[in-house]
Design a binder for this molecule. Structure first.
Ligand code: NAP
Length: 254
């Protein structure tokens, strides 16, 4: 039987104070990795995740900072590597949405989403790759979305950012494949991340049943459905998979 063992490895998960990112951080920690918990503003939420990881016997470090800001992104990556000793795994999960039909979408709505989701994926990667090249080992996993593959009304900015992540994934994968570094993406469908919000928190009852009618599995995804796929792509076992996008959507785009 294969088990994923990340003992001695160090991971950084952006936007891991709640939602999907928190679940990814917990699963990497449960597999033995020391994990940098990044977020932009909500320190209390990050502390809950850190306490949970430590209570389960894992190691977690608080690394606040806006990943779309160059200096902060560099500091987040550097602090994680300096304090935890190395950097093996980067999960670019931080993301936002500002949904509006395109004829009402402002340039600010556009810029804000592209800046966090796309620039906020590029910058941590840009600062992590040199460390991974030096180690001759690395795993980068970008959290995209099915919306980046098939589009969605009201999400032109979000779809562009998520499709952009997929192109970036392929380009960087080709750059670093010979250094034993893989770069992949996952494209979750509708994932429920609890009452605290997340991207399904904004759906009303009618929208929820409309969405569910398009999901062959007949249920929303859970954060754990995404975390287990990320755990695999972040592991040494996935070493011959790179530049790929794995869809996690209960069959919606099959
Ligand atoms: P969420 O619950 O809204 O959490 C977002 C996280 O990102 C928070 O920890 C937030 O921290 C952090 N964050 C936002 N902007 C940041 C920045 N500039 N720098 C650093 N951290 C930042 O989101 P989610 O629903 O779990 O989604 C996580 C990822 O999965 C996103 O990339 C999203 O596009 C993708 N996704 C989600 C779904 C879904 O159905 N939920 C489906 C497909 C893809 P603060 O609270 O401190 O700002």
């Amino acid at each position: 039987m294969y088990t994923i063992d990340l003992t001695g490895q160090v991971a950084l998960v952006t936007g891991s104070s709640r939602g999907i990112g928190a679940e990814i951080a917990k699963s990497l920690a449960a597999a033995g990795a020391s994990v940098g918990i990044n977020y932009r503003s909500n320190a209390d939420a990050a502390d809950v995740v850190i306490d949970e990881i430590r209570a389960a016997g894992g190691e977690a470090l608080r690394v606040p900072g806006d990943v779309s800001d160059e200096n902060s992104a560099e500091a987040v990556v550097k602090t994680t590597a300096d304090r935890l000793g190395r950097l093996d795994i980067l999960v670019n999960n931080a993301g936002i949405n500002r949904d509006r039909l395109v004829m009402r979408m402002t340039a600010e709505d556009w810029d804000e989403v592209l800046t966090v989701n796309l620039r906020g994926t590029f910058l941590p990667t840009r600062f992590a790759i040199p460390l991974m090249v030096r180690q001759r080992y690395g795993r980068v996993v970008n959290i995209s979305s099915v919306v980046g593959l098939s589009g969605n009304p009201g999400q032109a900015n979000y779809a562009a950012s998520k499709a952009g992540q997929i192109g970036m994934t392929k380009a960087i994968a080709r750059e670093v494949a010979s250094r034993n570094i893989t770069v992949n993406a996952v494209a979750p469908g509708f994932i429920e991340v609890g009452a605290a919000g997340g991207m399904t928190g904004e759906l009303n009852e009618e929208q929820r049943s409309q969405v569910l009618s398009r999901v062959p599995a007949g249920r929303f995804g859970a954060a754990g459905d995404v975390a287990s796929a990320v755990l695999y792509l972040a592991s040494p076992e996935a070493g011959y998979i790179t530049g790929q996008t794995l869809t996690i959507d209960g069959g919606m785009t099959a």
